[in-house]
Design a protein around this ligand. Structure first.
Ligand SMILES: NC(=O)c1ccc[n+]([C@@H]2O[C@H](COP(=O)([O-])OP(=O)(O)OC[C@H]3O[C@@H](n4cnc5c(N)ncnc54)[C@H](OP(=O)(O)O)[C@@H]3O)[C@@H](O)[C@H]2O)c1
Length: 300
């Protein structure tokens, strides 16, 4: 599988696997291990986590599976996030839902992630969402300490706009490696507001979350979803894809920004769709037809 270079000593598989929904899949440790091995065997070596996924349970479920074959750790890149504080029965001390990007919280969160994931380093740590209360000095101190100790190798952000990205980066003595943003043919906000352009300007390949709009493209009967499904079906037939999901992935993969879609399904068949999509070339007619059907009108 194609690899995308994010730093001198960091590359990701073009397709990433996301573990947000892992606790919903009700897998045994062995089944999760089989899923990890399926990904690795097919070239998907990058796994996306967050401290809060599954109400603070998903990292541990993954870590427990990994502990069955610890040797696999060296064959993968682990991404995790911090900065959101959720109310959860698993964290009774959390009194409210808020953000916390203070140094002590980031350090504590990373310690917990390391413990849960059963690893002694994280390849990439992201600040999960822009924090209106963020003190960039605090984040920078945490990042520098984590880098120095070797507990985290690279740093990035998620859901940041240009000014928020620049603010944080201006306090660091190394570049942020990526911005993980919502991106799909169904959700165009980060294309329309220039966030994707900014990634290209900064030469950082973006990670795309909810590349299938969380399944909404398939399940919703609103006008946009219906229009988009019609066009995706037409393009699917033209390129010989196996399903609409392949066309949605191909739409992202054909864009010049080196977008890395994060697959959110635990089913092998659906992960395979993302891998197949790497082989589909879209013509400009097809790419714009999909864009137009999502926008509901043609470009001017
Ligand atoms: N940084 C952030 O703020 C942020 C936010 C959200 C997500 N993420 C990351 O992005 C990853 C992917 O997000 P996502 O899970 O929303 O991705 P997604 O691929 O857009 O959505 C996955 C959902 O779509 C369903 N689906 C997939 N293929 C389908 C098909 N052919 N027909 C019907 N339903 C289908 C899946 O169901 P099945 O499970 O049945 O296959 C699953 O419920 C997450 O795991 C997480 O790592 C990051």
């Amino acid at each position: 599988m194609e690899r995308i270079k994010l730093a001198e000593d960091l590359s990701f598989s073009r397709i990433i696997h996301g573990l947000w929904r892992l606790s919903e899949w009700k897998q045994s440790e062995k089944e999760t291990l089989a899923l990890i091995e399926y990904c690795l065997e097919n070239g998907i070596t990058t796994f996306d986590h967050a401290d809060i996924y599954g109400s603070y349970t998903c990292e541990e479920l993954f870590g427990n599976a990994l502990a069955l074959k610890p040797g696999l750790r060296e064959r993968m890149q682990l991404v995790t996030k911090c900065g959101i504080v959720l109310q959860s029965p698993n964290r009774p001390e959390h009194k409210s839902h808020h953000y916390n990007t203070r140094k002590d919280h980031i350090l504590r969160s990373v310690e917990k992630s390391l413990q849960n994931l059963r690893t002694d380093y994280i390849d990439l740590l992201l600040i999960h969402r822009p924090d209106p209360y963020m003190d960039p000095e605090q984040v920078a101190e945490a990042f520098h300490e984590l880098k120095q100790s070797g507990k985290v190798r690279h740093f990035g952000v998620s859901n940041f706009k240009d000014h928020q990205f620049d603010l944080l980066e201006s306090y660091l003595d190394f570049p942020l490696a990526t911005n993980q943003i919502e991106l799909s043919a169904y959700n165009l906000e980060n294309i329309e507001d220039g966030t994707l352009n900014v990634c290209m300007k900064k030469r950082i390949p973006p990670m795309a979350w909810s590349p299938l709009a969380g399944g909404e493209v398939f399940s919703s009967n609103n006008e946009k979803a219906v229009r988009l499904r019609d066009t995706l079906t037409k393009v699917q037939e033209e390129i010989g894809a196996n399903g609409l999901d392949e066309v949605l992935y191909a739409w992202l993969l054909n864009h010049p920004a080196k977008i890395m879609p994060i697959v959110g399904s635990g089913k092998e068949k659906r992960i395979e769709s993302a891998i197949h999509a790497l082989g589909h070339k879209l013509t400009l007619d097809q790419w714009f037809e999909i864009l137009h059907s999502s926008m509901g009108h043609e470009v001017p």
